[in-house]
Design a binder for this molecule. Structure first.
Ligand SMILES: Cc1cc2nc3c(=O)[nH]c(=O)nc-3n(C[C@H](O)[C@H](O)[C@H](O)COP(=O)(O)O)c2cc1C
Ligand code: SF4
Ligand code: SF4
Length: 274
């Protein structure tokens, strides 16, 4: 019997976790709110910089040792091979503590970072995620063992991850500013998973512990948060997974006839076991 433990910056992972929870008929907990794991665990988080977000690694470091099973489901904006290294650090921590990591799988969702996808593709990915969840449930019920082997060297993934999670995220946090439209509603302060946002001298200020989860930016009700120098990381139209989920199903954006960048998604989309 599994329960789900997840971290989600902007809601994609939480949305997939909710689909899985309904199918597994289990509980789901945010790792921001709990540090106790009782049963076998489905651990879910977004891929950040081809790796596991530091907040997840820190949470795992604090878990007591156990021999229970762990299935890891990540969400990423692509199915590129290097993403298959993303869970390595998490698996190492869990294995060292005695856990049996028996399952590792990427579910592709909309991109919340730098390069946004068209709305109809975001919707298509969410619909495909439902099929993937069906297949995941089937695998978990039949105790299928699934672990990725990436053709990319782990050292390359680690360098890229280090750049993103240390230098990139810190610089990003320090580059954030609010516009005059900020109402000081404190929503961003309350939502930041790293307590990186404070109200100081009557102004919202960002410290150096940012993990670049993008939550504050897309959750600000008046889109008042921007970056000085790193605005390329922020989707100009914002990002809202609830809107994507609510939107009507349209014609499939990616088909066998698709050319160009999006063509490479077709196998992932058509084969529910990938
Ligand atoms: C800082 C940052 C780094 C990211 N790096 C990757 C990546 O290496 N590979 C990938 O496929 N997606 C990457 N993404 C996209 C997210 O993994 C993807 O949109 C995910 O579904 C977001 O989940 P969330 O809404 O639960 O935070 C990145 C997003 C952010 C904010
Ligand atoms: S959520 Fe937006 S409006 Fe509210 S305090 Fe933060 S920046 Fe200002
Ligand atoms: S400052 Fe914003 S982007 Fe950085 S960790 Fe906090 S909520 Fe996430």
């Amino acid at each position: 019997m599994y329960d789900i433990y997840y971290f989600s910056g902007t809601g994609n992972t939480k949305a997939v976790a909710a689909l899985l929870k309904n199918r597994l008929n289990c509980q789901m907990y945010s790792i921001e709110e709990t540090s106790t794991v009782v049963k076998d665990m489905v651990l879910m988080f977004p891929i950040h910089g081809f790796g596991t977000p530091q907040i997840v690694l820190s949470w795992l470091e604090l878990l007591p040792g156990a021999s229970s099973k762990v299935a890891i489901i990540t969400t990423g904006a692509d199915y590129i091979n290097i993403n298959k290294n993303a869970t390595r650090s998490a698996i190492k921590i869990l294995s060292d503590k005695g856990y049996d990591v028996c399952y590792d799988r990427i579910v592709v969702m909309a991109s919340n970072f730098a390069f946004g996808y068209p709305d109809s593709f975001n919707k298509q990915l969410y619909e495909v995620a439902k099929d993937k969840v069906d297949d995941i449930v089937n695998d978990l019920n039949h105790q299928v063992i699934r672990r990725y082997v990436s053709s990319y060297p782990i050292s390359l993934s680690r360098i890229l991850y280090y750049c993103e999670s240390r230098w990139g995220a810190k610089s990003f946090g320090l580059s954030l500013r609010t516009k005059d439209t900020c109402t000081k509603c404190m929503i961003c302060v309350k939502l930041c998973p790293r307590n990186n946002i404070v109200l100081e001298r009557d102004k919202i200020r960002f410290k150096s512990h940012c993990m670049m989860c993008m939550r504050c930016i897309y959750k600000c009700p008046v889109q008042a948060i921007h970056s000085i120098g790193m605005n390329f990381a922020i989707l100009s139209n914002g990002y809202n997974i609830e809107e994507i989920i609510r939107s009507p199903v349209t014609d499939k954006f990616v088909t066998r006839e698709t050319k160009g960048f999006y063509k490479h998604f077709i196998n992932y989309i058509e084969d529910k076991t990938i």
